[in-house]
Structure formats: structure tokens, C-alpha cells
Design a protein around this ligand. Structure first.
Ligand code: NDP
Ligand code: PYR
Ligand code: MG
Length: 577
């Protein structure tokens, strides 16, 4: 449903004109300013005389972006466009989603984060640095942020699978929020990327004279906790109903922060919960193709960190819902971390890993003689998994022998190398298809081109939390949910599986194509909103009213007519220096 909101129809009253209007990305229309607007706002002469439509502007920028040689160049081109004219940026992105997604999001955003300081040009979002911790409330108080409803925050310690990028991690909240608008339809004026700069342990960044973050070893422990608490308290005060998404925090912080704040704010951790929902939804779709029910699944998760244990927790919940006892369901998980298979009583086992540790006696004879740990190879040979998920950021860890061993024991091995960016994927889909003689059902975290094998084209689905968080945000905001619950992610996973093309045709893709992420977001939002109501986390609404509630929350990249606001003032074209 497309609703033309009064926001789109009514003229917008503008306070400033001249150059100030052209340099405000939320208002700038570039060459699309009409003659009347150019007269009213003092734009004649500041723009060449040509006037064009938004569609023509999209076409012009599309030609320019396609002319560039690398995706890294395109990333910077699009960042500049976002900082110049957000309406045009989103019109371009939404009309070419599958082409633009790999540029503004994974994998290219990873390089953008690594080279953040090298290409620094224009600030976007808020940088909260520990040395200025006493200024947080003052920084958030600027009227520019009055309308903020959604914040994505990172401290840059675990940027995709690329480790600590310090302040470069800001590229992640910026990219995620671009998807909130492009896919979820949230108004960009209501979104805010935030970076918590607590230093970095990345020596190359610290040694780099161009590095623009706080040049200090990463602060941890009580000082870190107090800093995050200052941020959260100030945020609660400023925007009591804001949706806060934690993104790309390291294993040691991600779950701790989620548990600390989930009952206090409208908040979730995307790497733990969003990833769990997309992986579980893809698994449900894959089960439809493989015909293997939950009771017959044997699961290996490689990388028992935030994403790995988040995924395991949600799939475990689904297994229990399908009729398995909790104990039985637990036994089906084999979580492999850097020290091998997680086994009960193992030294260093973290709280969130405990539920997925195998009883010692169940795996007593799996360890090879003289070996210090039960390796991934031992696990695959003994557990005979039906499903193997990689969230370890270890490229090549799903090697040929391992995959062939897995494929020898099951008809349709399901293998998901979900680590990002592309360079960190546990395996290349082309290899997986070849090593399994085309039997594999596979999907990845970053985009890959389809693989041709045996006269058939294997589409590689992108099992990325981008299928979940834009819809989750849209859903909770549209109905005014007070908290984000695990139940909402379970509902999102089911909603994703329900729109899987493979439900109708087993040769089709598991997930809808990325071009349709706007429709996916609506389906996820509807499921999340209903779950919020059913859990009593928002006010009641009728199912029939939901499409309108969602549509009203969706902003579209169209230009509005501008008129002068009473008190309009023309800012001098050049300041007096
Ligand atoms: N597709 C998607 O939507 C998503 C993908 N991801 C990707 O998943 C990856 C992991 O993210 P996240 O879980 O947040 O990160 P974490 O750091 O929390 O977890 C990674 C885990 O892998 C472990 N590990 C490292 N080396 C090995 C190894 N050789 N064998 C087995 N385990 C190993 C790490 O152990 P240790 O810490 O001891 O080194 C750690 O426990 C990243 O690449 C990220 O991009 C994450 C979220 C969403
Ligand atoms: C996709 C994502 O959130 C990650 O790789 O961290
Ligand atoms: Mg992430």
C-alpha cells in the first residue's frame, strides 16, 4: 500500500535559502528546484539554468556511478551523494537496490570502514568520544535531532569480520541506517548514526598519522561501562521512545550490553538477534527443500560468538516449539569455537556458550589421539551434520575435505558461510556446489553471483540481517512498541520463511531477491507488530488497520514543494571573513 502522507502533499515551509539550502542534504533538490523556488530562495545563479526531474537526476547519477571503475570508488561517490541530497540518494538506491546494496553495505562498506580516515570529508551522525564524556547530553540536545526515532550505535571493535577499526566503524551505523530508509522506509530525518569512540587496539590505525579517532588504547572495564551508561542515560532523557540498535560490538560486550539494557529501552542487538532471525528463517525455507524436519536436524555452528550463539538460541527455540524436549534439542547443536567443540566444563566457556556445550560423555571418543581439542573435522565426521553455519570470520575453514565428508552423510547438505565481508566467508559458494556435486543448499552473508553447475543455475541467497532489521524497526515504530522481544525475532523468522520462493518451487531461491527488500520489510514489520500486540508490548490494533499504520510510517524519496516560512532569512552567500 502506498499512502501519500500530508508530508508529501503539503508544501514544506523552509527557513533558509541560498547556499545554506543547497548544502542541507535533507532539503537540497539540486537541479530539481523549480524556477519559482529558485526565485523565492535566492538560488538563481547558484545553479546552472537547466531544470530536471528526480527521475532524470537518478539517471544522470546512475550513469556516473556505473562509469567508475571499482565499488570502493562507487561507495565514496554514493556517500557524497548522500551528504549532498538525501532524496536523490534514496531515489537512486531504492530503484536499484540489488545493484547498490553491495556498494553501500557489505562487502564494500567493510573497505569504507578500513579507509574511513583516508577518505574523511563530511561528518554524518554523532561521534561521542570518551574524553568528551561530560558533553554527551549537550551534544544530543541540538534541535537538529528533535525528530530522531531510530539510532544505530557501534564502538567499532568488531566491524564485520574485519576486527577493530576504531572510528572507522562509524561506516556501519551509517550503512545500516541507509537500509532502514531504503528498505524499511523510515524517514532519514528521524535516523541517527552514533559512534562511541573509546579508542582502538588496532595498532595500524594508532600508527597512522591520518587516523581521525581518539588515538588511545581501547578503554575497557568500568570506565567503558560508565561511558556507555552515560550515553544511554542521556539518550533516555532526550528520546524516551527511541529505537536503539547495537551493532558490531565485540563478543565480550555485545550480549552483556543487550542484557543490561533490553528491559530498560526499546533496543536489540542486530548481530545476535537480527542474524538469528534471518538464519532461522532461511533454515525453515531450506527444510522445505531438503525435507529434513527439526527432529532429524544435526547442526554444527562454527564460531560460537554473538552471531553463532544468537542463531543457536533461536533455532533451539524453534526445535522445542516443533515438539523436541529442550534437552533433546540441545544435543543437536555442536558449537565449534577457536578451541574446538564446546564441551561442558571446558575452561573459559562463556555464559552464553554454556547452553550449547555438549555433555563430555556424548563426545568422549571424538577427540583424535594426542589432540588437544575436538576439531571441526572431528565434529563433522562424528556428528554427521545436516546443517553447518559459519559465523567465525575464518575464510576457507569450510575446506574441500570437510565439505566432502559432510556431503557423504546427507543428501542435501545445508551450508551457510555467513561471515562478512566476502573476504571472510568460510567458503566460496562455487566450491561448495562443486564439492557436493550440486547437492548443497547454500547461502552467504555477502552477495555472490549465481553458480552454474550441471546445467542448472544455483542462486546464492544473501542470508544477511538486512532481511530483518529494517522491517523490525518499521514494525515496532509503527505500533509504538515499548520493548523489543525475542518473540518478535521468532515471528520475523517465520514471516521470512513464509515468503520464501522455494515454498512454491524447490528449485527457486530460499529468500526473496534483494530487489524486493522493501516488500520483505513490510512482511517482517507486520509479523513483528502483531507479535508486539500479542505480547502486550504495544496498544491494541485491528489486523485490518495494520497496513495503513505501516504505510503511514513509510517515507518515500519524492520532492516536496517549498514555500518560505514566516521569519525566513537569507543567509549571506559568503560569510564575512
Ligand atoms: N550474515 C549476517 O547477517 C551476519 C554475519 N555476521 C558475521 O559473522 C562473523 C562473526 O560475527 P560475531 O559472531 O558477531 O563475532 P564474534 O567475535 O562474537 O564471534 C566470532 C567467533 O568465532 C570464533 N573463532 C575465531 N576463529 C575461529 C576458528 N578458527 N574456528 C572456530 N571459531 C573461531 C571467535 O573466537 P575468538 O573470539 O576466541 O577468536 C568468536 O567466538 C563476522 O564475520 C560477521 O560479519 C555477523 C552478524 C550478521
Ligand atoms: C551483517 C552484519 O551485521 C555483520 O556482518 O556484522
Ligand atoms: Mg553487524
Amino acid at each position: 500500500m502506498t499512502v501519500q502522507s500530508s508530508d508529501e502533499i503539503d508544501p514544506l515551509e523552509i527557513e533558509v535559502g541560498g547556499r545554506a539550502l543547497l548544502t542541507e542534504p535533507l532539503l537540497n533538490k539540486g537541479l530539481a528546484f523549480t524556477v519559482e523556488e529558485r526565485s523565492a530562495f535566492g538560488l538563481h545563479g547558484l545553479l546552472p539554468p537547466h531544470i530536471e526531474t528526480l527521475e532524470e537526476q537518478v539517471e544522470r547519477r546512475l550513469i556516473a556511478v556505473r562509469r567508475l571503475r571499482t565499488n570502493a570508488e562507487r561507495y565514496h561517490f554514493l556517500s557524497d551523494l548522500q551528504d549532498e541530497n538525501e532524496t536523490l540518494f534514496y531515489a537512486l538506491i531504492t530503484s536499484h537496490l540489488s545493484e547498490m546494496l553491495p556498494i553501500i553495505y557489505t562487502p564494500t562498506v567493510g573497505q569504507g570502514c578500513q579507509e574511513f580516515s583516508d577518505y574523511w570529508r563530511y561528518p554524518r551522525g554523532l561521534f561521542l568520544s570518551l574524553p568528551y564524556k561530560d558533553r554527551i547530553a549537550e551534544i544530543l540536545s541540538h534541535p537538529r535531532y528533535d525528530r530522531v526515532e531510530t539510532i544505530v550505535v557501534s564502538d567499532g571493535e568488531r566491524v564485520l569480520g574485519l576486527g577493530d577499526q576504531g572510528v572507522g566503524g562509524m561506516g556501519i551505523p551509517v550503512g545500516k541506517l541507509a537500509l532502514y530508509t531504503a528498505c524499511g522506509g523510515l524517514n532519514p530525518a528521524t535516523t541517527l548514526p552514533v559512534f562511541l569512540d573509546v579508542g582502538t587496539d588496532n595498532q595500524a590505525r594508532l600508527d597512522d598519522p591520518l587516523y581521525i579517532g581518539w588515538r588511545h588504547a581501547r578503554v575497557r572495564g568500568p570506565e567503558y561501562d560508565a561511558f556507555v551508561e552515560s550515553f544511554v542515560s542521556a539518550l533516555e532523557e532526550r528520546w524516551p521512545n527511541v529505537l536503539l540498535q547495537w551493532e558490531d560490538f565485540a563478543r565480550g560486550q555485545a550480549g552483556t550490553l543487550l542484557n543490561r539494557y533490553r528491559d530498560r529501552l526499546l533496543t536489540f542487538n542486530d548481530d545476535i538477534q537480527g542474524t538469528a532471525a534471518v538464519a532461522a528463517g532461511t533454515l525453515l525455507a531450506a527444510m522445505h527443500v531438503s525435507g529434513v524436519a527439526f527432529k532429524d536436524q544435526r547442526i554444527v555452528i562454527v564460531g560460537a560468538g554473538s552471531a553463532g550463539c544468537g542463531i543457536a538460541k533461536l533455532i533451539l527455540h524453534q526445535m522445542v516449539e516443533s515438539g523436541l524436549s529442550e534437552a533433546e534439542a540441545r544435543r543437536r547443536f555442536h558449537a565449534v569455537d577457536i578451541d574446538g567443540l564446546l564441551v561442558e566444563g571446558m575452561p573459559g566457556l562463556l555464559d552464553f556458550q554454556q547452553p550449547f556445550a555438549q555433555p563430555r560423555e556424548a563426545v568422549a571418543d571424538w577427540k583424535r589421539k594426542g589432540a588437544g581439542k575436538i576439531t571441526l573435522e572431528d565434529v563433522v565426521a562424528n556428528a554427521k551434520p545436516t546443517l553447518m553455519i559459519g559465523v567465525s570470520a575464518q575464510p576457507g575453514i569450510f575446506h574441500e575435505e570437510l565439505v566432502r565428508t559432510m556431503a557423504a552423510n546427507v543428501d542435501r547438505p545445508v551450508i551457510m558461510p555467513l561471515s562478512n565481508p566476502t573476504s571472510r566467508a568460510e567458503a566460496m559458494p562455487k566450491d561448495l556446489v562443486e564439492w557436493t556435486d550440486g547437492r548443497v543448499i547454500t547461502c552467504t552473508g555477502s552477495p555472490f553471483t549465481p553458480v552454474e553447475y550441471g546445467g542448472r543455475l544455483h542462486v546464492i541467497d544473501q542470508t544477511n540481517n538486512a532481511y530483518i532489521f529494517p522491517g523490525l524497526g518499521l514494525g515496532v515504530l509503527a505500533v509504538g512498541a515499548r520493548r523489543v522481544s525475542d518473540g518478535m525475532f521468532a515471528a520475523a523468522a517465520r514471516a521470512l520463511a513464509a515468503i520464501s520462493p522455494a515454498r512454491k518451487d524447490p528449485h527457486a531461491s530460499l529468500l526473496p531477491p534483494t530487489d524486493s527488500l522493501r516488500d520483505v520489510a513490510i512482511a517482517i514489520a507486520a509479523a513483528v507488530a502483531k507479535r508486539a500486540r500479542d505480547e502486550g508490548l504495544c496498544d491494541a490494533f485491528e489486523d485490518d488497520d495494520l497496513p495503513l499504520l505501516l504505510a503511514k510510517k513509510q517515507w518515500r524519496p519524492v520532492y516536496r514543494l517549498y514555500v518560505k516560512k514566516p521569519g525566513y532569512r537569507r543567509i549571506p552567500q559568503r560569510p564575512d571573513l
